[in-house]
Design a protein around this ligand. Structure first.
Ligand SMILES: Nc1ncnc2c1ncn2[C@@H]1O[C@H](COP(=O)(O)OP(=O)(O)OP(=O)(O)O)[C@@H](O)[C@H]1O
Length: 263
């Protein structure tokens, strides 16, 4: 699905990413973790064919960036950006339908085909949004928008779903609904691969299979969660002693207890 080899991104003489090697296969669900400024969004922009590396190779769905029409490639990717720049008062259904052509605004001159509308309804239901299908976007809560944007990103049946901090700003219930929807989606589409960026381990769905830890633009570790989501590696990534626990498939992170001062 995705392969990067020796990827550097340099802007204004500064390395934002350095020597990144990563391979993502169908059915894998990656967490991209790291502190502020680690390079997570920079890497996600490469994986989503939104920008190019300064050096190294990026293959997205088997196509080498720099040699393909990125607009054509993007049509096969589902990209969920919580800063979706919608300005007009569309309904949830209309927003989800714009995912078919990957535009922000609907095509006023072309009515969507009945099967496209059916698919939108199905995805709206999968994300638990049927009761709000006619609600105007402007009145939705952030959590409802998040779920609608995932439905939108799934319209073109992407093989790869990229999620940039989808749970940021959500209250507890909204976050749990979102994570449940992601678990369900991954269960229903076993070939789908995904990459989810977050700072918070509590925001990782149970179905997460792999993690890439980034610090200062460099890879601290990458691989299956059992090997990578450890107290030691997460502490190294965030530059602070953090204790990781996993309970019923979900993770929590706490600063390691300070030692009582010796008397
Ligand atoms: N176009 C650019 N030119 C120069 N520096 C940039 C550019 N874009 C991002 N940066 C810098 O690159 C670093 C990595 O940014 P990036 O947004 O990828 O980090 P991040 O891990 O997503 O951070 P956050 O968790 O804060 O969202 C930051 O220090 C940022 O200021």
């Amino acid at each position: 699905m995705l392969r990067t080899r020796g990827v550097d991104v340099v802007r204004d003489g500064r390395y934002l990413l350095r020597g990144i090697d990563l391979t993502i296969r169908p059915g894998e669900h990656w967490a991209l973790l790291g502190p502020n400024g680690a390079g997570k969004s920079t890497l996600l922009a490469l994986l989503g064919a939104v920008s190019h590396p300064t050096r190294g190779e990026v293959d997205v769905l088997g196509r080498r960036l720099g040699r393909v029409d990125v607009r054509e490639l993007r049509a096969h990717l589902g990209h969920v950006d919580p800063r979706h720049p919608l300005r007009s008062p569309l309904s949830v259904r209309e927003v989800v339908l714009t995912g078919h052509a990957g535009t922000i605004e609907p095509d006023l001159y072309r009515k969507p085909a009945p099967e496209t509308v059916d698919r939108a309804e199905l995805l709206i239901a999968t994300l638990g949004m049927t009761a709000l299908a006619d609600a105007p976007w402007t009145t939705l809560s952030q959590g409802e928008r998040g779920r609608a944007l995932i439905a939108r990103a799934l319209m073109p049946s992407p093989r790869l779903l990229l999620l940039d901090e989808p749970a940021t700003g959500l209250d507890l219930t909204a976050r749990e609904l979102l994570l449940d929807s992601l678990d369900l989606l991954r269960h229903q589409h076993p070939e789908l691969a995904s990459v989810l960026v977050t700072h918070h381990l509590e925001e990782l769905p149970e179905s997460t299979t792999h993690a890439l830890l980034l610090r200062g633009g460099e890879r601290v570790a990458a691989g299956p969660v059992e090997r990578v989501m450890t107290t030691e590696l997460i502490s190294e990534t965030f530059g602070h002693p953090i204790r990781i626990t996993r309970h019923e498939g979900r993770w929590t992170a706490r600063a390691a207890a300070r030692r009582a001062p010796e008397r």
